[in-house]
Ligand binder design. Structure first.
Ligand SMILES: [Zn+2]
Length: 291
């Protein structure tokens, strides 16, 4: 039993967490642990001031993330699984200087390198990849979608899940991306929508896996939509570990805090809390990423 006096004592996983050696770094991971966190999905954070322009640069950037994961494992009791990939904003920034074709090639090369790390057992997913979250016009969005389809085909062939950074147009975004998954032959649940809204009903998500950004109000919305959820959902902070923007995003203790807040909310609705939290924090992550 992982529920004692209305508190969840089982695993607690943050599905989208960044670290930065120039940021709070190990302190941030320790904060998560002290709040009750047990598992991190550490997602590669691009350095937009210094984006890699060749394979050697991408390799060095990924190594840096893998090094941080190793350091956290050593300095804490946390389980850390790594997700590597090129950010869609990097692609958008590089079209200007490099041209579309070279930017595409660089991007796909970065996905292949991430998949190589997955094959080696050093990473468990590709991300965050996706498409621009800001208004870019129809032509560029079509190019982004074509590139995304190619990346998701690569993930499908490697049987590796993808964490997706997307525009926030709710059900319309989910609907469009679900069709791209189908064309790429990637099972929809292996497309994990990072920074997702708290509506977890499958009508809304079209079978993609929502990784809910657990801001204020998210608990109420999860509880209200959970009855329509089929495959489960994940919780995340998108913690940025950026000293220049403290407080701009959710802090490292937020997933543990919201997990505890979810307990009375679900008990009040007569929902089997243990089964839900087992899925969120253990079963679904293990199914997607491996243990
Ligand atoms: Zn992120």
């Amino acid at each position: 039993m992982s529920l004692t006096d209305g508190r969840w004592t089982g695993p607690i996983l943050d599905n989208h967490f960044h670290l930065d050696k120039e940021g709070r770094y190990l302190d941030a991971a320790l904060d998560f642990q002290r709040a009750g966190g047990t598992d991190l999905i550490l997602v590669h954070k691009p350095d937009f001031d210094n984006l890699p322009t060749d394979e050697a640069g991408i390799k060095a950037a990924y190594s840096n993330t893998l090094e941080m994961a190793a350091a956290v494992r050593k300095q804490t009791d946390l389980s850390v699984r790594v997700v590597l990939g090129p950010h869609p904003a990097a692609w958008a920034h590089q079209i200007g200087p490099l041209g579309l074709e070279a930017a595409n090639d660089l991007h796909l090369g970065a996905v292949q390198l991430a998949l190589d790390h997955c094959a080696e057992g050093e990473a468990v997913g590709v991300g965050e990849i996706g498409r621009p979250h800001w208004e870019v016009g129809d032509e560029m969005m079509a190019q982004a979608d074509a590139l995304l389809e190619e990346m998701l085909s690569m993930c499908a062939q490697a049987e590796v899940p993808a964490q997706l950074h997307l525009d926030a147009n709710g059900e319309q975004t989910y609907s469009e991306i679900s069709l791209i998954c189908d064309r790429a032959r990637l099972p929809r649940e292996m497309a994990i929508h990072h920074h997702a809204q708290a509506d977890v009903s499958s009508d809304f998500t079209h079978g993609l896996t929502p990784s809910v950004i657990v801001g204020k109000g998210s608990i109420r919305d999860i509880a209200q939509s959970l009855w329509g959820n089929e495959g489960g959902f994940l919780m995340e902070t998108d913690y940025m570990d950026d000293m220049k923007r403290p407080g701009a995003v959710l802090g490292p203790k937020t997933v543990p805090k919201r997990t505890q807040a979810l307990v009375p909310a679900l008990l009040g609705l007569g929902i089997d809390v243990e089964s839900v939290l087992e899925t969120v924090h253990r079963e679904l992550p293990n199914l997607l990423y491996g243990e």
